[in-house]
Write a protein that binds this ligand. Structure first.
Ligand SMILES: [Zn+2]
Length: 333
């Protein structure tokens, strides 16, 4: 099997990343620019998975952008779902939402399901396509999420963010997860984690840690372990042009390939296509680098690694590990 890659765009409204979570943030003025770039990528043969959230899909800008992409075949454009609970109806109130409730998996079963059902209906109505791939807002899956996904007709989940522990902000704990895919047999959900991995100048150590995420977590929590990780220059990187260079994305990919990883998710947030909308792209120069390095990475993956670029829902299941149980709900409130 050759390595396979899905480009997944968290397609969402613009908001101040340090300004809390308020239902009034619903603008998606970047949508036409995003559509232009997605079209260009598709013309080069690179498939894109747009994980759409409620404000983006409901906005006039979002609707026009989606209409402009509607001619693309499903092999080049997948319409998926991205749930930001604080802007996705039914809303409890018009006030800002506390941090614990920004993770869909922390909500009561009925509320998480109602929001996802309403979002699924909106996306189906606007695009004419019924989504079967899901990405939780803030990677926030919980103990009910896969059951709800199954009940609403989904079969693929992209929400795991390996090695990351968000419990300090009431989010899920993924510290026992590596980036390998797994299958939740209870509900028939294929889980392809976002690609996060460990790199080090001591490559065999990184290879071993990538295959044993629980040991990385253990070392990170012990003084001697922390010193060892620091001396070995172990770093946790995400496969994303947001905060990572082309060289870093390539190094991470090669390290994970050496660890046996075959499935990769390259991701970013849609507002990054306009300078100033996310912390990662502040200037025109940032944007030029962001786009050119994303495209260069895709070409490198396809042409140099001889990899296969697909939409997320078409990733092959060959690399599944044994199933891991949910939940990872970390709400300690
Ligand atoms: Zn999001």
């Amino acid at each position: 099997m050759s390595p396979q890659l899905a480009l997944v765009i968290h397609t969402e409204e613009e908001f101040d990343w340090n300004g809390g979570f308020h239902p009034k943030n619903v603008a998606a003025t970047h949508a036409p620019i995003l559509a232009g770039w997605v079209k260009k990528l598709a013309e080069e043969g690179f498939p894109v998975t747009l994980a759409l959230d409620y404000p983006f899909t409901a906005s006039e800008d979002g609707k026009m952008a989606l209409a402009a992409l509607s001619h693309l075949p499903s092999s080049l454009l997948e319409i998926a779902t991205h749930l930001h609970p604080w802007v996705s109806p039914p809303l409890r109130s018009e006030d800002a939402v506390c941090e614990a409730d920004t993770y869909p998996g922390n909500l009561p079963y009925d509320e998480e399901k109602a929001k996802l059902a309403e979002l699924t209906t909106l996306i189906s109505d606007i695009t004419g396509q019924v989504p079967t791939t899901y990405l939780a807002g803030r990677y926030g899956i919980g103990e009910n999420s896969h059951r709800i996904l199954s009940e609403l007709g989904y079969n693929t989940d992209l929400s795991v963010s390996p090695y990351c522990d968000f419990r300090h902000q009431s989010g899920p704990d993924f510290s026992g997860y590596c980036a390998r895919s797994f299958f939740d047999e209870r509900y028939g959900i294929a889980s392809h984690p976002h690609t996060v991995g460990l790199v080090s100048w001591l490559a065999p150590l990184a290879t071993w840690l990538n295959a044993n995420p629980e040991r990385y977590h253990q070392f990170s929590n012990e003084l001697a372990g922390k010193v060892m990780l620091k001396l070995a220059g172990v770093k946790r990187w995400r496969l994303s042009p947001e905060g990572f260079s082309l060289k870093q994305m390539q190094k991470l990919t090669l390290q994970l390939l050496a660890s046996g990883q075959q499935t990769f998710i390259l991701s970013f947030h849609s507002p990054s296509v306009v300078p100033g909308f996310t912390p990662y792209v502040q200037t025109e120069q940032d944007l030029t680098r962001f786009k050119s390095e994303t495209e260069a990475y895709l070409r490198w993956f396809r042409d140099t690694l001889k990899g296969s670029c697909r939409v997320a829902g078409a990733l092959e299941p060959d690399t599944y590990l044994a199933p891991k149980p949910l939940p990872m709900s970390g709400a300690e409130v």
